[in-house]
Design a protein around this ligand. Sequence first.
Ligand code: PRP
Length: 219
Amino acid sequence: MSSIVFALAKGRLAEHAMKLLDEAGIICDEIKSDMGRGSRKLIFSSEESKTSFFLAKAPDVPTYVDYGAADIGVAGKDSLLEERRNLYEVLDLGFGACRMIVAGREDMRERLRRGNNFRVATKYPNIALNWFARQKQQSVEIIRLAGSVELAPIIGLADFIVDIAETGRTLRENGLCALEEITPISARMVVNRASMKIKHARVVGIIKKLKGILRETQR
Ligand code: PRP
């Protein structure tokens, strides 16, 4: 049996993913007990079940899978759209649901509709640039930030932000609102193109098992 390496986006997505993989019997006891100790280890392996998991920053997951450092990845659709790697996207896992939005102050709604040459702050420069160019035929200056992008329109760094909103609480509590929806987002499973061929039986077996569980939970 060929060994399979999973790259999981650190944090909430990884927790959901581990639960799902556990239900599918893909995680063995050895790995579970290792992870359960609350250690800061980043890689968990089992010789017996020929499976390894590592935890990476969400935007790095598509990179690891593209280079074949991982066979399978779990990351948000936001990271996949932003990184634009050549991967097989095989499953929508349903969890991690949120929306990619353009947000700003309510009184900027009309400007967004008619204006041009905006400054847009975001952690997602490719998504933002692409959306404004294709959907709005508007030229924008992208200001790349690493986080807390809601600050940018408040303190006058940018006119709008492109970001994910889950509950909408961060926007509300900072006097901002979603002005346009770019796309719905959720966690996806992706597969390296070579692994899909070389480790076909095992990869397809995993996808089938997970599909079955997802179907059951949607009922
Ligand atoms: C994300 C996102 C928003 C917030 C949205 O930030 O960038 O800021 O969550 O969630 P809400 O709609 O439920 O309020 P994250 O917590 O990842 O932190 P960051 O801004 O530092 O990246």
